[in-house]
Design a protein around this ligand. Structure first.
Ligand SMILES: NC(=O)C1=CN([C@@H]2O[C@H](COP(=O)(O)OP(=O)(O)OC[C@H]3O[C@@H](n4cnc5c(N)ncnc54)[C@H](OP(=O)(O)O)[C@@H]3O)[C@@H](O)[C@H]2O)C=CC1
Ligand SMILES: CC(C)(CO)C(=O)C(=O)O
Length: 313
């Protein structure tokens, strides 16, 4: 299978490497020129639970990409989806798009660029870190669930699942994908900002009574919103995801903490921000999620202020 990974940072590089190991013909597409150059020059340095390796991989800027490919694995941050798909619009052709990005609303963002019938969406519990140009790491057991956005069965589901599994990903074809995505997003709404705001990790939040009380309030509100939207997300399943992260992702820095530390924009709008926006539509009170959106927005604003102040000092 020919695969392009659009957005080859932490997650894109890890999944790209796993697909290449499974025998796919993989091209990494990323706007980070230092990363693209390092991968082409020195190979991708990847640290996984099964060991560290240096893999020769092909990488390039999206504007240099020429199709056709069978699959485009979309792993930009959600607020870069539009720019990333626009940059390769002429090369997408008949390719399937698979998004395992965090947050809700990914199918709608992608459907602005391609036929909805060629979109697969999903969620992954895989933790990954970008260590520097050409270097990524991923540690901790995890599952990846996906399905077609429109809910139709398609042989491509099996082909992608087989490829991911051959590369060491615990991939599952999950017809109730919208519930699974909401459950994962609810998990992220609790864990990502709580770790980001407290400079903490899942292990630390889980070990703290305050962490658990706050996570519980976020989850209760988000599940009520999912149900009001007609999505049968399961509170029990979110609790299982949290318990798994508290126990197995002890020292992982969630992507939102990595973003704040690097003074990058966070995905708060697609997580707690989306919960707040949908709650307003359904007149559901979500005070904890609202407060979290404000605190993360303040942290982002402070990071921008510091950057501007330091530059001009
Ligand atoms: N990290 C994790 O543990 C997990 C992350 N996720 C989700 O996966 C997605 C990706 O996260 P993650 O890998 O951590 O993010 P990263 O920031 O590490 O990677 C995203 C990459 O996309 C690049 N990019 C930005 N704009 C474009 C563009 N227009 N075209 C192509 N590439 C572009 C970025 O470059 P630059 O840095 O220069 O902007 C960066 O290299 C997010 O939705 C995240 O929530 C899900 C589960 C776990
Ligand atoms: C790895 C995980 C599941 C958080 O533990 C995640 O989704 C993130 O870091 O954004």
């Amino acid at each position: 299978m020919k695969v392009a990974v659009l957005g080859a940072g932490a997650m894109g590089s890890v999944y790209g490497a796993r697909l290449a190991r499974a025998g796919a013909d993989v091209t990494l597409l990323d706007v980070n020129a230092a990363h693209v150059d390092a991968v082409n020059r020195d190979g991708l340095h990847i640290a996984l639970d099964e060991g560290a390796a240096v893999l020769p991989m092909r990488a390039m800027a999206p504007k240099a990409f020429t199709g056709p490919v069978d699959l485009i694995l979309l792993f930009t941050k959600v607020f870069h989806t539009d720019a990333a798909l626009s940059a390769i619009a002429d090369q997408i052709g008949d390719a399937w798009i698979l998004s395992l990005q965090n947050g809700v609303g990914n199918a709608d963002r992608i459907a602005a660029h391609v036929d909805r019938a060629k979109i697969m969406i999903g969620m992954t519990m895989t933790p990954a870190e970008f260590l520097g140009p050409g270097r990524v790491a991923s540690h901790g057991a995890a599952t990846t669930d996906f399905y077609t956005a429109e809910g139709q069965a398609d042989p491509m589901l099996e082909q992608v699942a087989n490829l991911l599994q051959a590369g060491g990903v615990t991939a599952r074809i999950t017809p109730e994908i919208h519930a699974a995505i909401w459950e994962k997003a609810t998990f992220n709404c609790a864990l990502n900002p709580l770790c980001a705001l407290s400079n903490g990790t899942p292990g630390g939040v889980g070990a703290s009574p305050e962490g658990r009380v706050l996570a519980d309030a976020v989850v209760r509100e988000a599940i009520a919103v999912a149900h009001a939207c007609g999505v049968a997300a399961s509170r029990a399943h979110v609790d299982e995801l949290l318990a798994h992260a508290y126990a197995h992702h002890l020292m992982h820095e969630p992507s939102m903490l990595q973003d704040l530390n690097a003074r990058r924009r966070t995905e708060i709008d697609a997580l707690n921000g989306a919960v707040v926006a949908l709650a307003e539509r359904h007149a559901i009170p979500v005070p904890t999620n609202q407060m979290i959106v404000r605190l993360i927005s303040l942290a982002e604003a402070n990071a921008r202020f510091r950057a501007a102040h330091e530059t001009h000092a």
